[in-house]
Each structure stands twice: as C-alpha cells, then as structure tokens.
Design a protein around this ligand. Sequence first.
Ligand code: COA
Length: 166
Amino acid sequence: MKIRAEQPTDEKAIEEVIKSAFEHHPHSNQTEHQIVNALRHANALSLSLVALLEDRVVGHIAFSKVQINGKDLSWYGLAPVSVLPAFQNQGIGSALIREGLQQLKALNARGCVLVGEPEYYVRFGFTHSDSLVYEEIPEEYFMSKTLTDMAIPNGVVKYHKAFNSG
Ligand SMILES: CC(C)(COP(=O)(O)OP(=O)(O)OC[C@H]1O[C@@H](n2cnc3c(N)ncnc32)[C@H](O)[C@@H]1OP(=O)(O)O)[C@@H](O)C(=O)NCCC(=O)NCCS
C-alpha cells in the first residue's frame, strides 16, 4: 500500500471512496464527499492523502484548519477519513491517520481535533479535553491531540464553513 498527496486526477475516485465508506454510517448524512469538494474549492484542504493499492484509490483522509475562539492557532481538524468497505480492517485507515499526523507536524501544526469513536482514535493519542469545546455532539466524541509541547488551548472550536455543505 502506498500513501501520497491527492492529485487532480484522483478527485472522482476520492469522491467514490468517501461515498461508499459513509453509505451506511449511522451518524452520517452522506455529505462528506461534498465537504471535501467544498474544502478543495475554497483552497482549504490543508492535507488530502490517498491510500493506493495497485494504483487504485482505496482510502482517503482530509485535514483542514479549525478556528479556536475565532482565531487561527495552527490547529487542524481531521475529517473525513474513509476506506472502501471491502478494504476496511486491514490497517489502511490507521496508516492514513498516522501519516497524516506526521505530515501535519511538517506544516507546523500545533494540534488536531476530530469527531469520532473514542474506542478507535485513542490508539493514535487522541483524548477528550475539557479545554476545547465543540457544542454539536456529546463531548466524549470530540477528541484532540497536541503535536507540540504546548498545552491544549482553551476555546470553542469551529470547523471551516465547507462543513456546512450539502
Ligand atoms: C473508520 C475507518 C476509516 C477505519 O479504517 P480501517 O482501515 O477500516 O481501520 P484499520 O484497519 O486501520 O483499523 C481497524 C480497527 O478499527 C476499528 N474501527 C473501525 N471503525 C470503527 C468505529 N467506527 N468505531 C470503533 N472502532 C472502529 C476496528 O474495529 C478495528 O479494531 P481492532 O484493530 O481493535 O481490531 C473505516 O472503517 C471507514 O471508512 N469507516 C466508514 C467511515 C467512517 O466511519 N469514518 C470515520 C469517521 S470521520
């Protein structure tokens, strides 16, 4: 399996991976692919990686900047991450998350937040922190991870407006 940055020719395949990964997801309204398209269109897709198996796009992960109390503090949101159903549970999602976090550090990111199942994301060092507030979901599903020695900032987190797409 190979991981690399998305290229313009991957856009359709990325859309298909996201759509099929979220098709039966209980908390999805199936707009995740539209969010990624809107982020790309707004030039706000800070990092967009694909996982390839024999040149086929089988997984994707996106990161975009979040604001904390209305400010850019070099924190990012991981969303969405998707693996084609037939290729799930083979370590592809984990590899995309680990590689994405490494590449975020190279962008001088200070931290990363996400909305997801604690059971899954705790293995990558994400935990819920009372310092960061995201009001739209039960708090245990809002997780964060620092990427520097600095303390987690206090504040209300807001994702890019592309997350209202769809
Ligand atoms: C979540 C997802 C990206 C993980 O990718 P993956 O390649 O299947 O995951 P990996 O093979 O790296 O890891 C598999 C592990 O994750 C666990 N896992 C996968 N989805 C999970 C979930 N929603 N909740 C809890 N654990 C989950 C599996 O049980 C497995 O656990 P184990 O290692 O203890 O056996 C993928 O399953 C997917 O696309 N799901 C649909 C879309 C989605 O839910 N995206 C995340 C929300 S943004």
